[in-house]
Design a protein around this ligand. Structure first.
Ligand SMILES: [Zn+2]
Length: 76
């Protein structure tokens, strides 16, 4: 009786945890299909120290604050 009660409590605790884990796994697989890192690069402006991201399709973009062309310093 004591064993079955503790088993019941363990099941009651582990089943929602497993459900949450499966949901988290599903969400991770769904959202990591095309991560932001593959589409954009983070640049650090050497003049005004502004950090901004630029699409991979336009790698030589200007800094949005001081209009200086970025150097190829890629943080990620
Ligand atoms: Zn700048």
């Amino acid at each position: 009786m004591n064993l079955s009660l503790s088993l019941l409590i363990m099941l009651l605790l582990s089943l929602p945890l497993m459900g949450i884990g499966l949901l988290a796994l599903y969400e991770r697989l769904r959202s990591s299909y095309r991560p932001l890192k593959e589409r954009e690069h983070v640049h650090f402006c050497s003049r005004c120290e502004h950090v901004y991201s630029v699409s991979n399709r336009r790698p030589m973009n200007k800094c949005p604050r001081c209009k200086q062309l970025n150097k190829a310093i890629i943080l990620n």
